[in-house]
Structure formats: C-alpha cells, structure tokens
Design a protein around this ligand. Sequence first.
Ligand code: ARG
Length: 594
Amino acid sequence: MNIEERIQQAAIEAVKTLYGVEPEKKSVQLQKTRAEFEGNLTLVVFPFVKIAKKKPEEVGEEIGKELVEHSGIVSAYNVVKGFLNLSIADNAWREMLAAINADEHFGEKKATEESDLVMIEYSSPNTNKPLHLGHVRNNLLGWSLSRIMEANGHKVVKTNIVNDRGIHICKSMLAWQKYGNGETPETSGKKGDHLIGDYYVAFDKHYREEVKKLMAQGMDEEKAKQETPLIKEAHDMLVKWENNDPEVRALWARMNEWVYAGFDETYKMMGVGFDKIYYESQTYLEGKEKVEEGLEKGIFYRRDDNSVWANLTEDGLDEKLLLRSDGTSVYMTQDIGTAKLRYQDYPIDKMIYVVGNEQNYHFQVLSLLLDKLGFKWGKDLVHFSYGMVELPNGKMKSREGTVVDADELMAAMIEDARRTSDELGKNADMTEEEKQEIARIVGLGALKYFILKVDARKNMLFNPEESIDFNGNTGPFIQYTYARIRSILRKAAEQGIEAKCTDIALAQKEVDLIQKINEYAAVVAQAGTDYSPSGIASYCYELTKQFNQFYHDYSILNADTDEQKQFRLLLAQNVAKTIKNGMALLGIEVPERM
Ligand code: ARG
C-alpha cells in the first residue's frame, strides 16, 4: 500500500471511531498540500461534516488528532478552514523510497494476458521522397505514444502503412527512366530514398517547363497541367502498374527496395521501429472488396456514372467518394482495406492513428465508415492529430528551400552536440568513439525533447540552437543532470559508500523529492489517458530541476554522517532511475557521462 492508500484507510477508520459511521472510500479526498502550508497531504473535511454534525474546523481538529494518535503514519497536522493538512511521518517516506528502489520500473505497468491490444500507426510515408521534419515529429510522437501505452499495461503493436503505389511513385520512376542513365544507390553513393526524391524533383522541373511551353502556345493553365506529355506518360505508367505490366512492376519493385533501405537507415538513427508494416499495394484491393460488401449491404450506393459513395449527411458530414467511376480506389478505400487486414492479423481493441491535423476530416469520415462496416473499434478510433513543425527561417534549409530533410537534420544536431561538448572541454579525456557516441545521444536527445515537450496539437518551430542549450527546459539539461548523478554514484562506489535506506531524520527537501519521484506513477497514468508525451517531458524537467535545487542546498558525499550519505545516495539513485525511465518513454537515451 502506498502512503495515500494508507492515509485513506486511516481516515476511514478515524471517522468511524469518532462518529460511528463508516464513510465511503470515494468521500476521502486527498490532495498534495499547497506550498504555503505545513504538511504533505491534505484531507478535504467537508464530506464528513454531515456525519459529524459539527463545524468543518472542529471536524478537522478531531480527525487530525485521531490520525496522529492512532494511524502510525501521520506525525503532525494543522487545519485551514475545511482542509486538514497532514505531515507524514519520516518512516513512511523512508519506506516509500525503499519500495520505489526495489522496482526498476517503478510507476510503470506490464501487459498481461488480459491486457487490451492497442495498435498504433505512425510514420506512414509515401515512397517518392525521403522523410522530412514533419515525419520526424510524427515518428517521435508515435514511438513515444507506444512506449507510454506499454507503460500503462497495454499490449502494443506498432504499425506503419507505406503508400507505395500511385501517381507520385510513377513520377519518380518515369524521371529515372528518362534522365537517370541507370543510376543506382551503389553507383551514386546516395541513400536510396534521396536518390528517388531527386528524381521526383527532376520530374517536377521538366513537367513545369512543359506546362510553361503549352501555356506559351495559348493553352490555359488548368488544361496545360493535364496535357503535358510527361503527366500523360506518368498516368499511362500507373495504368500499366495496375494491369500488372511486368516491366513496370519490376522497375517499381526495384526502386521501392532502394527507398526502403533508405528509410530503414533513417528509422534506425531515429531509434524507432515497427512490429508490422503494411503496404498500400497490398491493401487497396482489399479496400475495394470491403466497399463492394458495403454496397451489397446497402451502406453505400452507386451513382449513374458507376462511382460508389457513402452518404454521411445524417452524421453531419457530406458525401464521400469510395470508388471512382472507372472502378479505381481512392485514399479512403485504401484505409478501409488496411483496417480489414490489420483486424485479420490482430485482435485490435483500440486503434490510434498518428497523422497530421490536415487529415482531421479524413479520420472523422474513416471512423464513421469503419463503424458502419462493423469494425468494433471503428467508432472510438483515435486520430492522434498533431500540428505542423517548421524551422525558424534561414536555419538548416535544405536545397529545395522549405523541406527539411530528416537525415540532414539529425546529422546537424549530432554535429552541434559534438561542437558544444568540444568547446566545453568536458569530453577531453574520452576516446574518439566515446565522444561521438555521446554527441549522438545528446544531439538526438536535444531534437527529440524539444519536439516532444510541445503539446502535439500545436504548431511549432523547432529551434536547433535553443534545443541544445545545456541549461533550461532541454533534453541536454536533463541528460546532464542524469550523468552528474551517475558520476556521484561512481565516486561513492570508489569510496565504498553504499546507497541504502537509513534511519535519518528527513529534511523537507528530501521529503519533497521522494514525493516527486512517487508522482511518476500518476504522471505515466495521466499521459496514458491523455495520449500525452508532453506530460512526461514536463515531469522529467520538474524532477531534474528539483533534484538540482536539492543538490545545491545539500551535500551528498560530503554530508555530515554516513547514514545521511547513504540515504541521499539512495535518493539520487532513484531520481536518476526515474529520469532514465521517463526519458525512455520519450525515446530519449541518457549518457553515463557527458
Ligand atoms: N502517406 C500519407 C501521407 O503522406 C499518410 C498516411 C496516413 N495514414 C493513414 N492510415 N491514412 O499523407
């Protein structure tokens, strides 16, 4: 039983002893005592006023006295209006820290056989270009959310839908055929996804020239865009692809392999991964089938031009196209097919889609359609909708101007971290390998923390310089504090001082720190219900700040007595553990030295 549960139990008994009535458990409301009052936990007295038939102040006094005399866990009390502020006895705090220490993953739950299964989709790139800053935010959120759901005792399946077919990839393929001279990742030394991205850009360049030419001949822009030879060829290619033309399919397969190899490198560097990847080329036909099924059941209808629609006007939305008149599928059809395959593969209880907020409407519609089609998780599917992320103007712009490449960004962050460490000189005695490993951890930590600390729904600017500051609300600040504690622990070990729970009288700041570590459990639970990586980030920052204040005021290795040294080491060790676990929920590593 933790302290709150023990107090709750004791309060129920006190009320029963004093007034002869056993109050309901939920009437015992405890909150953290406000900083201006003495105490740790505050009991709200009002619910017992009726039972006692006395004034709130009097009831507070009586319950307080009873708790001090008989609970064995309350050492003092004071009453402010209807609030009973309780000071918890030192031994209870010591026991609490010992219990926290005994659990390597204190505050986190483990999935069991009975846990429900949460599937989380994130990343979901198109295969015509490399990942960019928007994907970085997506991937970090998706990964963190998966870790948070796991820490809340859910079974989690991380998934990805790769949009590997369609006109976009045909454009890259066509440009490569025309202008590529057989270039491959091997011959060019380029990452496969970058190579394909370059041909997508090349397509666009030539295409625009053609549009211009047609317009110069007097064609209006709309028409010119449809009529250029290049776009027509790309469309022909897509038709060939749909008809399983062996040559087109072979080229498509080959170029996609290059792209996937490139993506894999990016994911690996970012520290994210998936349990099961789906490909649009394999799901879109399933979607068609499911739509036909809905048509038979009268959920959808066919228009005279042979197109298939869902009428969602009664649900407050509009009409939604599901199959074009030529029978080809649209984006929504693919999502229905993917849902079908996923549900065949896993007994999904909850589905979370991590996708940008420009697709809010799409997921509103998808939820309704899946529900109508009988998916039990359709109605309550979660669209984890996040805002845009941009760089402040002029910083690390990629060649195209506005798109920031994920690989370049990560490499730049690592370089910055290395430069900062070199300048501070703290890494002077490390091997080159160690320096580089720490730069990787710190550079990526700066990037990840800066993005994840922001409420996902908000648009944001990623400021590289600010993110890597060793002071302030940054990843490196938290990582540095972790490394500092680890260094204290190493020193203690050298001096033969053990971290352990001793019987010392506790200072207020020690109690506060124990209470803060204990809060981790509630923070993880809250982040799970709110789907909130930023809640975890704030907590890590607060804990770090609080430890630093404590360490500023109190010595650990130079404390007066051995018992104090041992106890404070235990405290520091559990702060470090909790920072490490919390940061892991954000996908951020912490260094042993820095
Ligand atoms: N590939 C799509 C895009 O880049 C995002 C896919 C989102 N996921 C989904 N199930 N629709 O816009």
